[in-house]
Design a protein around this ligand. Structure first.
Ligand SMILES: O=C(O)c1ccccc1NCC(=O)[C@H](O)[C@H](O)COP(=O)(O)O
Length: 471
C-alpha cells in the first residue's frame, strides 16, 4: 500500500536526519520555541475565526494524480493564496511522490504572514523539530502510520514547540485514538490512500464523533462549491483543499467560489492629498476618498481639499477626517469642500458626535482605536452612524499601517468600517472575518509615503475577484 511505502521512505529520511545532527536540530528548535510566544498557535487561531476557513495546499505532484503543476512557482502560489484569503497554507515536503521539499516550506514561511502546515509523513520526533526550524506553525500526524504512544508523544512534543498538530483520520476507530491521544485538531481524509478513491460523505459522517471543542477539518477531494455546501449542512466549516486550488488559474476567484459570498463590501481609500491621487481614484473607482484635516503627513488644507474634491468622480464620496476639531470648523470645512461624510478620529464624545451631525446634516463615522473588544463595546450606544475600527498605536491617531485583529468585530453592534494596516495581502481575509460594510485602506496603498496607482488598483480588483465588492 502507498501509505506504507511513504511511511518507509519517511523513516529512512528521519534516520538520515537524526544521524546527521539530531541533537543540533532538537536544541535549535527548542531555542527557537523559547524565543517565541509558544502559546499563540496561529494555525488554530485562524481556524477558529468566523465563517468558512480554507487551508490551501502547495503541491507539485501526488501519487494519485501524478504531476499537478508542471510549472511550479511555489512562492507566487503561496502569496496568491494569502491574498485570496486562505486561513493557512499546507506545504507538501515529501520528496519522492509529492515532489515536495523542506526548502519550499522554509521560503514560503518567510514570504507570507499566514500560518503554514507541514504536510509530510511524520514518523519520528526529529521531523517535528525540523518542522519548527523550517518555519511551520503546524504539522500533520497520520493516525494510521503511528502507534498510540507515538501519537500522544508527538502531539505533546509539537505543543511544547508551539506547533499545532492536525491529526488525520479516516475511520471511527482512528478518531477514537486521536481523541484519546489528546488531539485538538482532527481532520478526516475523504481520500482512501489504499486505492485513492474519494468519498466526500466520509468527513460529514464522522464529524459527529469529534468532541465539540476540537477543531474539525474536511480534507481532500473538494472540487466545487456544492461539495462545501454539503459539508456546511453537516456543520463543517474548515477545509483543506489541494488539487482544485493548485489548478485554479485565479486563486482569489476560486476561493470566492468555495466560500460563496454576495458582494457587500465598499472601499475607502484614505489620505488623498494630490491631483495625481485623484486620477488614481477616478480610474480605480473606490466608494469613498478620505481627506485628512488633522496633523498628518497626509494633511490637506480646506482650499486644497476643495480643489481636489471638485476633480473627484461623482461616484466617489468625499470623507473628511477630523481630530478633536471644533464643530464650527468641521461644519465650515464640510460646506466649503462638499464633504459627504464626517469621520471623527480623535477623542470626540457622544455629545460632540450629536452636534456635528446636527450642524452638518451629514453622516458621522466615529473612529475607535481598538486594542481589544472591550474598547469597542461602549461605542455601540453612540449616536454615530457607523464606527470605524482602527488599530491602537500609542501616540498616533491613524494611518499607522498597524493591523487590528478582525475578530474584534464580534463586539460591534452597528454598521462599521474596518481599517488598520489593510493591504493586498490581508484585506480579503480580514473582510471575510470581520464582515464590515466597508474597508479603509491608507498606508497599505502607498509607496514611500505617496499613494501608489498600482497598489490602489490591485486592492480594488482583488476585492472584486474575491466576490467581496461589485466589480
Ligand atoms: O492617515 C493619517 O495620517 C491620519 C492621521 C490622523 C488621523 C487619522 C488618520 N487617518 C485616518 C484613516 O482613516 C486611516 O485610513 C486609518 O487610520 C487606517 O490607516 P492605515 O493603517 O495606514 O491603513
Amino acid at each position: 500500500m502507498i501509505l506504507d511505502t511513504l511511511a518507509k521512505g519517511a523513516r529512512r529520511r528521519a534516520r538520515v536526519l537524526e544521524e546527521a545532527d539530531g541533537e543540533g536540530i532538537r536544541e535549535a528548535a527548542i531555542a527557537r520555541a523559547l524565543d517565541e510566544d509558544v502559546h499563540d498557535f496561529p494555525f488554530e487561531r485562524n481556524l477558529r475565526a468566523e465563517g468558512v476557513n480554507i487551508i490551501c495546499e502547495v503541491k507539485k505532484a501526488s501519487p494519485s494524480k501524478g504531476i499537478i503543476a508542471d510549472h511550479f512557482p511555489y512562492l507566487e502560489i503561496a502569496r496568491d493564496y494569502e491574498r485570496a484569503g486562505a486561513a493557512a497554507i499546507s506545504v507538501l515536503t515529501e520528496p519522492d511522490y509529492f515532489l515536495g521539499s523542506g526548502l519550499y516550506l522554509k521560503k514560503i514561511s518567510r514570504a507570507v504572514q499566514i500560518p503554514i502546515l507541514r504536510k509530510d509523513f511524520i514518523v519520528s520526533e526529529v521531523q517535528i523539530y525540523e518542522s519548527k526550524l523550517l518555519g511551520a506553525s503546524a504539522i500533520l500526524l497520520i493516525v494510521s502510520i503511528l502507534t498510540d504512544e507515538e501519537l500522544t508523544r508527538f502531539i505533546r512534543t509539537a505543543k511544547g514547540l508551539g506547533l499545532s498538530a492536525l491529526i488525520e483520520t479516516r475511520t471511527e476507530e482512528e478518531i477514537r485514538r486521536a481523541v484519546l491521544a489528546g488531539a485538538r485538531i482532527i481532520g478526516v481524509n475523504n481520500r482512501d490512500l489504499r486505492d485513492f478513491s474519494i468519498d466526500n460523505t466520509r468527513a460529514a459522517r464522522l464529524h459527529s464523533l469529534v468532541p465539540e471543542d476540537t477543531l474539525f477539518i474536511a480534507e481532500s477531494g473538494i472540487q466545487k462549491r456544492e461539495d462545501i455546501e454539503e459539508f456546511l449542512a453537516a456543520g463543517i466549516r474548515n477545509f483543506l483543499i489541494g488539487e482544485a486550488m493548485m489548478k485554479a488559474e485565479d486563486k482569489a476567484e476560486k476561493l470566492a467560489e468555495f466560500i460563496g459570498e454576495e458582494p457587500r463590501v465598499q472601499c475607502k481609500i484614505c489620505g488623498i492629498s494630490r491631483e495625481r491621487d485623484i486620477d488614481f481614484l477616478n480610474d480605480a473607482l473606490p466608494d469613498y476618498a478620505g481627506f485628512i484635516f488633522a496633523r498628518s503627513p497626509r494633511k490637506v488644507t480646506p482650499d486644497k481639499a476643495a480643489g481636489l474634491i471638485s476633480l473627484l468622480d461623482p461616484r466617489i464620496k468625499a470623507v473628511g477626517v477630523f481630530v478633536n476639531e471644533t464643530t464650527e470648523t468641521i461644519a465650515d470645512i464640510a460646506k466649503k469642500t462638499h464633504l459627504s461624510v464626517i469621520q471623527l478620529h480623535g477623542d470626540e464624545d457622544f455629545e460632540t458626535i450629536r452636534e456635528v451631525k446636527e450642524r452638518t446634516g451629514l453622516p458621522v463615522w466615529k473612529a475607535i482605536r481598538a486594542g481589544s473588544e472591550e474598547d469597542i463595546l461602549p461605542w455601540n450606544d453612540s449616536p454615530a452612524d457607523a464606527l470605524l475600527l482602527d488599530a491602537k498605536v500609542m501616540g498616533k491617531r491613524g494611518g499607522t499601517g498597524k493591523r487590528i485583529d478582525p475578530n474584534f468585530a464580534r463586539a460591534v453592534r452597528k454598521p462599521f468600517l474596518l481599517a488598520g494596516g489593510m493591504n493586498c495581502e490581508n484585506i480579503v481575509r480580514a473582510a471575510r472575518i470581520a464582515r464590515p460594510f466597508a474597508v479603509d485602506v491608507n498606508s497599505g496603498v502607498e509607496t514611500d509615503g505617496m499613494k501608489d496607482k498600482e497598489k490602489i488598483q490591485a486592492v480594488i480588483r482583488l476585492l472584486a475577484r474575491s466576490g467581496l465588492r461589485k466589480g
